[in-house]
Design a protein around this ligand. Structure first.
Ligand SMILES: Cc1ncc(COP(=O)(O)O)c(C=O)c1O
Length: 362
């Protein structure tokens, strides 16, 4: 006899993050975790340095200053915001609070891996709905919900596919779900999305406060993945539930200072969006010209399609031989593609050169 976890835990495939090392290669270009092309905003760096001497103090458990800064930046009521140790923690808290043994959680086939991981941890059955053209199928998601479904997860735009559902489709999804099913709209890449009329989710939450939540992060456009700060916008009732389950000091002091600093950096979002849109376009054009299919993306990454798993692996090896690390997609059932993060102009050119040479060599 020995200690045993609940059986569903052993069905979880441990999350594999983007790699950051290649043995024997000195200069590594990491384009595997969508971390942002420009590093952290200078005001965030200064804020982290500025709080170092106060590191012995516990942080403000209710993250008041951070919630107020988020509220001001995004024109939201700070009382309807809860912050977390990355949005991963918020997603985790939501699932552990609203799903569990005897329930079902619905996500799209190529949705973000955490929904599956934590859904299984909670003991829920996780249902993955086939996509159409690597895009969430709204009718399929609605049809997949049964009497035991308590939550539906959707990243919009989605990681790893980069695809986007229109506002009309999002509204249609919400209207097609029973009122007692929570829709979690994961908007980790919202700031990068330039689609006309795009709603990151706050309008959908305002229209459906009883059962809709938006999650956001400082890990992507704000370049603070290492600080672990995310947040959710929801009704006071749902915020109250999250405040009951979260750790009392779940966001650390350096993370809070960094996030507040990042929000104060003038022009940061505009600079990043302009760079990202232009570079994603430039890379897509060059790689299409080299003969690869590039899936349209609304994020700071895109999927490059090599047509077969073998060819994607060979392309990955060719990139690695030049120190370029991108993300293999086997874990997402998309092994014939590689997910490439948009980096600096120089880094992106290295990817273009490497894959153009790869294509030329057959
Ligand atoms: C769609 C999506 N949601 C959530 C996250 C989690 O971000 P974090 O926990 O760093 O806020 C990521 C990170 O890759 C993501 O791609």
């Amino acid at each position: 006899m020995t200690v045993q976890p609940r059986p569903s835990i052993l069905s979880i495939e441990p999350y594999i993050g983007g790699e950051s090392k290649i043995p024997g290669v000195n200069r590594i270009i990491k384009l595997s975790s969508n971390e942002g092309a420009f590093g952290p905003p200078p005001s965030a760096i200064a804020a982290i340095q500025g709080m170092a001497a106060e590191a012995h103090r516990y942080p403000d458990g209710s993250a008041t200053a951070l919630r107020e800064a988020i509220g001001k930046a995004f024109k939201l009521d700070p009382a309807r915001i809860v912050t977390g140790n990355g949005s991963d923690e918020i997603l985790t808290m939501l699932i552990l609070a609203y799903a569990g043994e005897g329930t079902e959680v619905v996500m799209s086939a190529h949705g973000f891996a955490m929904y599956d991981l934590v859904g299984r941890w909670a003991g829920s059955r996780v249902i993955k709905v086939p996509e159409k053209n690597l895009t969430t199928d709204v009718d399929g998601m609605i049809a997949a919900c049964g009497p035991r479904t308590t939550m539906v997860f959707l990243a919009n735009p989605n990681n790893p596919t980069g695809s986007l559902l229109s506002n009309e489709e999002m509204v249609r999804l919400r209207q097609g779900l029973r009122k007692d099913i929570m829709l979690v709209l994961d908007s980790a890449y919202a700031e990068y999305c330039t689609a006309p009329g795009y709603d990151a989710g706050d309008k959908l939450v305002d229209a459906n406060p009883d059962n809709t939540v938006m999650t956001r992060t400082f890990s992507k456009i704000f370049g603070l993945g290492g600080m672990r700060v995310g947040w959710a916008y929801a009704s006071p009732k749902i915020i109250d539930v999250l405040n009951r389950v979260r750790g009392p000091f779940n966001v650390n002091a350096a993370g809070m200072a960094a996030a507040i600093g990042a929000l104060s950096e003038q022009g940061w979002i505009e600079k990043n969006v302009a760079h990202n849109s232009a570079e994603r376009e430039r890379m897509s054009e060059a790689l299409s010209k080299a003969g690869f299919k590039i899936w349209p993306s609304h994020c700071n990454f895109f999927l490059c399609d090599f047509g077969s798993v073998e060819r994607a692996k060979a392309a990955d090896a060719a990139l690695r031989s030049r120190g370029l690390i991108v993300r293999a997609m086997g874990g997402y059932g998309l092994g014939h593609t590689l997910r490439i993060t948009v980096g600096t102009q120089e880094e992106n050119q290295m990817v273009i050169d490497a894959l153009t040479a790869f294509a030329a060599n057959g």
